[in-house]
Design a binder for this molecule. Structure first.
Ligand SMILES: C[S@@+](CC[C@H](N)C(=O)[O-])C[C@H]1O[C@@H](n2cnc3c(N)ncnc32)[C@H](O)[C@@H]1O
Length: 269
C-alpha cells in the first residue's frame, strides 16, 4: 500500500513546499489559525494537509501547534545548511507531469513529455533543480578526477554548468565550455557569469550533439549519458577520436553516495 499511495505522500510534500509551510515554521512551532493567515489558505483544507504531513513524518504536532521536523527544518525551511527546495519544485512542476505520461513513453519508446514541451518557467525550474541535484556529484567528480592534465573541458548538456563550475574551482587553468540547447543557453550563460569560477563560455550550437543523439530517441531521465551510450558506444564519438581527448561520463543519479573509488559506481570516470 505504501508504494500504491506513494504519489499522494509526495504530493503532500510538494503542495506544502509550494504553499510555504516549511518556511512559515522556520522560527518554531505555530498554531494552525496563525498559519492560515500567514499562508492565506482556508482552515479546513490546511488542517487536512498539516495532519497528513504529520502522519507521513514531515511535520510534528503538539496540541494545535505544528513544527518542522529536524529534517524539514534542515532542507526545506530555507534556514538549514542544505536547500532542497529547488529539487522539490522541479519534481512538482516538471517531473510529476513527465511521469504521469510514463506509460505513453514506454509504449512509444520516446519521451512523451520532453524538453521540447517545457514552458519557459518549467525550463528554468528544471535546469535549476537539476543543478542543485547534481552539485554533490559535480563536487565529487572534481575531487576524484585529475583535471590537471587537461586544458579544455567541454560539458555536453551542461545545464547551469554545475560540473564545469566545480572543476574550475579546483582547476582554474581549465577553459570550460558548456554545450546546451539554444532554449537553455541564455540561462546557462547567466549562471556561468554569476559563478565564482567564471569566466567560462556557453555555446548554443547543437551540431555535435544532434549528430550524436537524435532528440526523438532521448530518454526522459538521462538523455546525456544513456542515449549517448546506446547510440555510439563508449568513447566512439567524434569528440574522442583524438587520442589526447578524454571522455568522462558522469551520471548524477546517486545510488549510495561517494565511494573511495570515485564519485560513485556509476559516475566513475
Ligand atoms: C539531466 S540535465 C543535466 C544537466 C547538467 N549536467 C547539470 O548537472 O546541471 C540534461 C541536460 O541536457 C540538455 N540537452 C538535452 N538535449 C540537448 C541537445 N540536443 N543539445 C544540447 N543539450 C541538450 C538539457 O537542456 C539539460 O540541461
Amino acid at each position: 500500500m505504501q508504494v500504491i499511495a506513494g504519489q499522494m505522500t509526495a504530493k503532500y510534500l510538494f503542495v506544502a513546499a509550494d504553499l510555504g509551510v516549511f518556511e512559515a515554521l522556520a522560527d518554531g512551532p505555530v498554531e494552525q489559525h496563525q498559519l492560515e493567515g500567514r499562508l492565506s489558505v482556508p482552515g479546513h483544507g490546511l488542517r487536512i494537509l498539516l495532519d497528513a504531513l504529520v502522519a507521513v513524518g514531515l511535520l510534528q504536532r503538539s496540541g494545535d501547534r505544528y513544527a518542522n521536523t529536524d529534517v524539514t527544518q534542515e532542507v526545506l525551511s530555507g534556514r538549514g545548511h542544505q536547500d532542497l527546495r529547488p529539487i522539490v519544485k522541479m519534481w512538482n512542476d516538471v517531473v510529476y507531469q513527465q511521469w504521469a505520461s510514463l506509460g505513453q513513453s514506454i509504449r512509444a519508446d520516446r519521451a512523451a513529455y520532453g524538453y521540447a514541451e517545457f514552458t519557459p518557467d518549467q525550463l528554468e525550474t528544471f535546469t535549476t533543480g537539476v543543478g542543485v541535484l547534481t552539485a554533490p556529484t559535480a563536487d565529487a567528480l572534481s575531487r576524484s578526477y585529475d583535471f590537471s592534465r587537461h586544458r579544455s573541458l567541454l560539458d555536453l548538456g551542461g545545464g547551469t554548468g554545475s560540473f564545469v563550475t566545480a572543476a574550475r574551482q579546483r582547476y582554474p587553468q581549465l577553459h570550460a565550455t558548456v554545450l546546451e540547447r539554444s532554449q537553455s543557453a541564455p540561462l546557462t550563460r547567466a549562471r556561468l557569469a554569476a559563478s565564482a569560477a567564471a569566466p567560462a563560455s556557453a555555446s548554443s550550437k547543437e551540431t555535435c550533439w544532434t549528430g550524436l543523439s537524435p532528440p526523438a530517441t532521448m530518454s526522459t531521465w538521462c538523455p546525456t549519458c544513456c542515449t549517448f551510450f546506446r547510440h555510439r558506444g563508449t568513447g566512439s564519438c567524434c569528440l574522442t577520436s583524438e587520442p589526447r581527448h578524454r571522455l568522462v561520463l558522469a551520471c548524477y543519479w546517486w545510488t549510495s553516495g561517494p565511494t573511495t573509488n570515485g564519485p560513485s559506481q556509476r559516475s566513475r570516470p
